[in-house]
Design a protein around this ligand. Structure first.
Ligand SMILES: Cc1cc2nc3c(=O)[nH]c(=O)nc-3n(C[C@H](O)[C@H](O)[C@H](O)COP(=O)(O)OP(=O)(O)OC[C@H]3O[C@@H](n4cnc5c(N)ncnc54)[C@H](O)[C@@H]3O)c2cc1C
Length: 423
């Protein structure tokens, strides 16, 4: 019996799990699949802000067990810290992390899928630990909500992003330079927090200044969408500043920006640079900052057996789970083609990324953005109301109930209802 090709997937959150399932769906039992992650659960990050402002601990509600999910598709899970990649010799160095003290091992592969996301570089922001808050994981979300409930005195709040440092090597001409990695979350947190402040008698949108390092906040949503969002935000009483360039430091007095602007604040809620993991930098498959260079088939041009999807891929800008999901499917098709169960015509179908983002606004409402203008397309859709909120909750429920498998109609239905039914 000839041995099956070994697919090794690094990372088991949205992109890694999505790739594992798509490869199994499309390549069937022609491949053996192993997935390595340091944790044995999927962290459903996009709903963390909604959970905290509705009084639920995201550590309780947003973790989906990964091991049995993968076992349903005969994907072997290994819990380990990934330490190093040697793409010339097709080897990955890992250290099992269930118990401290394990030695390092090397794991080989025929196909490698890098779905390791990125570091959220909070440590790079001077003064963050003392004067900064964020919502990027359950720890920080709970820390923020405790501060708001117990210590916040009703003073000015700044919400926005640090500068995203994007690589240039191997970048296609059509992919613009993004000032921030992912600006749906700061918009979402501003709107939901304004509602929370009102509900708890601690203020309103007037307390909040939204800031962006770029010309326009959420520029990847398209100028038309951003104009509508800013109009709605200013009518609610938010202040807005742009072109801050970067966060220089957080202090007891407030926030200082790289362009010299300063704000006196009581509370700073910030989103950091999405920075590639240190061990990915200086590899022959990486750009100059450490994101993995791929073509539109999500394959590295020099090492075509290496794929990347999700936030770890240089092509994924903005850093959105929805784009990682689209890329995971492309990886599945390419591997199916490699093992002879999909035609090149089918596997290599052209693709344009789509921004899809549904953000909580508080009070049972949400905004829904669907856009391709950032990538040269002409879609720029914005909806606000109860239906996008219901679909945000339903999407998460469906994701958990179906063990990460959103049926093919899941996303289109979400889009259709948000774009065609107004409530
Ligand atoms: C607050 C917030 C709200 C967001 N809202 C939205 C939204 O509404 N819609 C949307 O589309 N996107 C949203 N995003 C972005 C979305 O969360 C990311 O794009 C998505 O999580 C990327 O998925 P990924 O699998 O590529 O990477 P990640 O989710 O970062 O997963 C990487 C995986 O790799 C593992 N890993 C990393 N390094 C190692 C290592 N050395 N060893 C072992 N394992 C390792 C990690 O444990 C993790 O499981 C939001 C992000 C934030 C912070």
């Amino acid at each position: 019996m000839t041995k099956k090709p070994k697919v090794l997937i690094l990372g088991g959150n949205f992109a890694g799990l999505g790739a594992a399932q798509k490869i199994r769906d499309l390549a069937g039992d022609r491949v053996d699949i192993t997935l390595i992650d340091r944790k044995a659960y999927l962290d459903y990050i996009p709903n963390i802000p909604l959970e905290i402002f509705e009084g639920r601990d995201p550590a309780v509600t947003m973790h989906m067990p990964l091991v049995e999910t993968l076992a349903r598709d005969a994907v072997i899970f290994a819990q380990a810290e990934i330490l190093a990649l040697d793409v010339k010799n097709r080897k990955v160095t890992v250290r099992p992390n269930e118990r401290p003290g394990a030695p390092d091992y090397t794991v080989g592969y025929d196909y490698l899928v890098i779905a390791l996301g990125a570091e959220l570089a909070l440590r790079d922001i001077e003064g963050f630990a003392e004067h900064g808050y964020t919502v990027c994981d359950a720890f920080h979300a709970n820390r923020l909500i405790r501060y708001l409930e117990n210590d916040y005195k009703g003073g000015p709040i700044a919400i926005g992003s640090a500068r995203f440092k994007q690589g240039k090597k191997g970048r296609p001409d059509w992919l613009p330079d993004a000032a921030a990695a992912c600006e749906g979350p700061p918009v979402e947190v501003s709107l939901a927090l304004a509602h929370w402040l009102g509900k708890h008698g601690k203020g309103s949108a007037k307390n909040i200044t939204i800031f962006t390092p770029g010309e326009l906040i959420a520029e990847d949503a398209g100028e038309k969408v951003v104009a509508q969002l800013l109009e709605a935000a200013s009518s609610m009483g938010f202040s807005y500043i742009n072109k801050t360039e970067d966060i220089k430091r957080l202090t007891a007095e407030g926030i200082e920006f790289a362009d010299g602007q300063k704000l006196k604040t009581e509370l700073n809620i910030v989103f950091p640079n999405w920075k590639p993991h240190g061990f990915l930098k200086d590899l022959p498959i990486s750009d100059e900052v450490g994101f993995i260079v791929t073509d539109m088939k999500m394959r590295n041009p020099d090492f075509p057996e290496v794929f990347a999807c999700g936030d770890a891929a240089a092509l994924t800008v903005p850093k959105l789970g929805a784009i990682g999901h689209q890329e995971a499917e492309i990886v599945g098709r390419q591997i199916a083609k490699e093992v002879g169960v999909m035609s090149a015509e089918e596997a290599d179908k052209t693709w344009m990324p789509e921004v899809v983002c549904v953000g909580d606004m508080g009070g049972g409402k949400a905004f829904y953005i669907h856009a391709t203008s950032w990538f040269g397309g002409d879609i720029q859709e914005l909806r606000m109301g109860r239906l996008p909120y219901a679909s945000k909750l339903a999407y998460k429920e469906m994701f958990f109930r179906n063990h990460g498998r959103i049926p093919n109609w899941g996303l289109p239905l979400d889009e259709w209802t948000a774009e065609h039914i107004k409530l």
